[in-house]
Design a protein around this ligand. Sequence first.
Ligand code: PAF
Length: 283
Amino acid sequence: MSSSPKIVRTVPALRAAIESLRSRKSTVALVPTMGALHDGHVSLVRLAKRRAARVVVSIFVNPTQFAPSEDFDSYPRTWKADLAKLAAEKVDLIWHPDVKAMYPDGFATRIVPEGPAIAGLEDRFRPHFFGGVATVVGKLFTQCRPDYGIFGEKDFQQLRVVARMAVDLDLGVKVIGARTVRERDGLAMSSRNVYLSPEERRVAAELYRAMKETRRRIKGGDDIQAAMSGGTALIEAAGFMLDYFEIRHAETLAPITSADDGPLRILVAAKLGRTRLIDNIAV
Ligand code: PAF
């Protein structure tokens, strides 16, 4: 039997709970999430447990990172199942504020990230996104004051943005990236995969195969641009509408011209029907 983690919904209650978690100078790791937890999130929690004595998971579907045309209202909310998963992992604390607790009346202060946040990848298609993410993660870090913040590599640009922000704003949090967890056929786990029809779900793993094939060609010495064009063709032939398929410097996300400009990362975003998928791999 697993006992239920403590759940707090207001900032004063959170402060008191964090104070008590830290009472024996315990280290604290925070896993920020929007709920709809899957095995990828569970792997973040397990990494957090290896790093710190205490683990806090936040569940907050953050309205400021969704454009009006996006899926804020329909974003999957699976509170009971999330709670069962976090209890099974013996998480110490769940921070589950409502929108008013996170953004009180008159809220007027935002973080505007630059550097990796304006690399011309996700920001080109979701210009509102990183401002919303940086603002809420900045708040989560100051609310929870964790020693570690754990983020999935699947949202690779987001990982680079929050890592940069933590350093730039002296937030005292070490940001740690966790490997992407994949389904058996290679599709990266994502809360939005539930939007895929059975036929789209079958095709979705082609994104990973195209990235792997492109990596194989680059590692084998092929011209980078030729390998990237080959990957683009594979993705489009599978039926995706491509937003971008790019190879970048893995730390700065700056464009690269040669395989020696590494470490390298291939990043992709593409729509399958109405579902937008993102993924990336190291080269
Ligand atoms: O990756 C996510 O789930 C969200 O962008 C995050 C980091 C929890 C901020 O809302």
